[in-house]
Structures are given as structure tokens and as C-alpha cells.
Design a protein around this ligand. Sequence first.
Ligand code: GDP
Ligand code: IMO
Ligand code: MG
Length: 428
Amino acid sequence: MPVAVVVGMQWGDEGKGKIIDLLAENVDVVARYQGGHNAGHTICFNEKQFVLHLIPSGIFHENKLCVIGNGVVVDPLALVEEMRQLEEAGIDLEGRLVISDRANIIMPYHGTSDKGRESGSGFQKIGTTGRGIGPSYADKIARAGIRTCDLRDETYLKERLRANYDEKQKILKSLYGTELPEFNCLLDELMGYRETILKYIADTHILMRDQIAQGKNILCEGAQGTMLDVDHGTYPFVTSSNSTAGGACTGLGIPPTKVDRVLGVIKAYTTRVGEGPFPTELSDADGERLGKVGHEFGATTGRPRRCGWFDAVVAKYGVHLNGIDALILTKVDVLDGFKTIKVCTGYEYKGKTFLDMPADAEVLENCRPVYTGFDGWSESTVGVKDFDRLPENARRYINRLSELLETPFMMISTGPDREQTIQREPLF
Ligand code: GDP
Ligand code: IMO
Ligand code: MG
């Protein structure tokens, strides 16, 4: 049962897109299990760069099935736009892209509500991507969502929209002074998207069940990262879904007994976009250098990412929470030229040392990271493909991280391109 789940180990942007694209070469199906177009997954090959938001990162390999699971929230406008861009780039989608008929739809009022809350009318600012993700998941849990299967039946769709419309109209008007478009405009808009996407909508649970039964190799793609998981992340500064490995089962309708391996993608340092605690954040020249060399700007919103040293408390937490079998270390090349590289091994707060991730935002905001220093290297590691060709201190840094996390690195990434990778262990 060759089913692997790939998760981000930090606060997102670990390089999942690059790694999933690379691994996709040897699988039959790539299936996204949560999140929405808040994600930005960058893929580089043949001197071209693509940023995917909703469509799984296997799409650039011919004949691979790409599934958008029931756990994903789908903005039809964003989806249609991304489909158009890919088709313009010569990528065939028909017969390869399948969208779950149980996925919830992000409606225009979700975006309005997300932006309204973030604009500071009393709610704590999270620094969201403003894409309507939180309000859409809130409606899903409140059983008020509209699902992709509803697009099949105009009468039922109308009923579902009517049930939401008056309530949303009142809320948005009183809280943010915003008017919704006319009911019929919203309905027509949805019906317009239906033209394009209906043929891609199917029962993906059945599809996944059949693919598993046929022994196909399947990669489940996580978006965001472990620390942005709604249950296990730095709540409330998280996204609104389960980005951790368990989300693959609920978000795709795969039983836990069918998951074979869990892989974690982890950056050689740490970044975060948006608000919220970040114990190893650097506001000095080192932090600036990580951001500059690593081109740390949000792939979705373009916001500068906050940068800091590798946090082994976060990493260990992620290894245990997700049940990581092997890790993939990315952006090692960004550390080239640092005299000293630091790794956080604990948090000190009010005379106590935390070796495990505390739940309280207060502790995380005000703790002092305990660091171990490593000698850096002056040689370039950009594009190195052979572990033995890395500078001695880079190997030492990587081996030490592996020991600390008690987990092997099956792959090490030394640049954004597919080719710039050290492959140490096969996927299955
Ligand atoms: P994702 O959201 O986890 O898929 O990651 P993003 O695409 O948002 O951000 C990762 C960024 O780092 C992208 O610009 C990638 O092209 C780039 N990248 C990925 N791996 C490496 C690497 O090993 N070295 C360098 N320098 N850049 C990388
Ligand atoms: P990928 O898949 C980094 C962050 C936002 C914000 C918080 C909540 O590319 O790693 P949301 O719009 O989801 O309600 O915002 O989560 N966030 C991400 N940060 N990478 C992402 O995706 C993210 N998706 C959401 O910045 O702090
Ligand atoms: Mg990203």
C-alpha cells in the first residue's frame, strides 16, 4: 500500500512544491488534502518557474492524476484562473485533474468577512492571506457551506445560497458596512464557473479507494505547515484546517490503515508569514541575510517572510505529531557563508526550560531560545547533488540535525530547481 503523506514541518513555505513535484515523477497520483488558495507552492524546472495555489504539485508530470480532496476549500474563481494559466502553459488538465464533489466552496462573502476581521474591528489580527479561508471552513463546520456537488443541481444550489444569503448580508452590513452583490448575481457567477469545472468534479473517495486497491503509488500533498495546523499549531495564529498528517485521511477519505509513509519537508532555517509567535525570529543582519539570500517573500501575497534560526523544538514536535519516517531538508544553500549557524534546542521562560512545544502563545511570545552554535562554511553548496561533495561543516550540521531529530534526511535540496537536489533514499 504505497501511500505517502508529505507535510510541511514549520510555518509553511518549506519548499513542499519543489519536493512534491520531484517525488511526483515516481508516483501515479498526487492528492491535495487541505487548505485552499492561501497556499503558494513554487516549482522550477527548465529555467521556468510556476506557483501553484490549488492544483496539486504533480501537474507538470504527464499522465499523473491530480486530486483536490474534500478537505480543500475551493474558490472557483481562483481555480478557473489557475486552470487557465496552466492550459496556456501547455498543460493538459482534462482527465488528469479531479476535484472532490464534497469540497466546500469559498464564496465572495467569505473573502469579505476575512478581510473585514483583519482590518481591525475588534478581532485579533492573524495576518491571513485574505482569501476567505477561515470563514469558509467556519461555514463548513457550522454546516452552512456550499459544496462542489451542489453545483450539479441548480435548484438545490439556489436553496443553499438562499439559506446563507440573508444571514451573511446582515452580518457583513452591520459589521463592515459592506453590501453583498444581488442574490441573482452571486448565483449567476456560480453557475458561470459550473460550466468550466463541473466535468472535473467526482467522488474522489471512490477514486482514491480504487487507486489504492490497484496498488498505485500515491502522494498526499499537504499545504501550510505543522505550526499552522488549527489544532496543533500556534493557535490562534494558524490556518483553519489540519495541515498535519492526520488531515490526509479526513481530507481525502483515506483510512489511516492505508497510509504507508509520512515525509516531512523542513527548511534549514525557519520562516513565517503573518502574525504570531516565532521564538527564533531574528531582527538583525543575520535575519536580513536569510531573507535576502533565500528570497523569502510570500508566494501568494508577496509579503516579506520573517526569518530566524532552525528551531529543533518545533522540528521535534512535528516529527512526533506527524509520525515522520524521513525528512527532506531544503534551502541548505541559503546558509552558505554564515560564520556561525544556530539551532534552538529549548525555550527558557520564567526560570523553566521547555523542551516540548508549549500551548500558550504567551510562553512562545516571551521565551528566550536556548541555542547551540555550529561552525558555518564558506564554500558554495548551490546545486550540489552528492552528499559527500558538501563542505565538511555542512555535512556536520545536517548530521547533527538528523541526530537531534532522530530521523534520517532522505533528500537535501540545494537550490530551487528540480535538478538541485541530493537524493539519498528512494520514496518507496
Ligand atoms: P512551499 O509553500 O512549501 O511549496 O514553498 P514556497 O514555494 O512557498 O517557498 C519556497 C521557496 O524556496 C520557493 O521560492 C522555492 O523556489 C525556493 N526553494 C525551494 N527549495 C530551495 C532550495 O533548496 N534552495 C533555495 N535557494 N531555494 C529553494
Ligand atoms: P504554503 O502551502 C505560509 C498563514 C498566513 C497567516 C495564517 C492564516 O505555501 O506553505 P489564512 O489565509 O490561511 O487564514 O492565514 O496562515 N499561511 C501561510 N503561511 N505558507 C502558506 O502556505 C500559508 N497559508 C497560510 O500568512 O499567518
Ligand atoms: Mg508557500
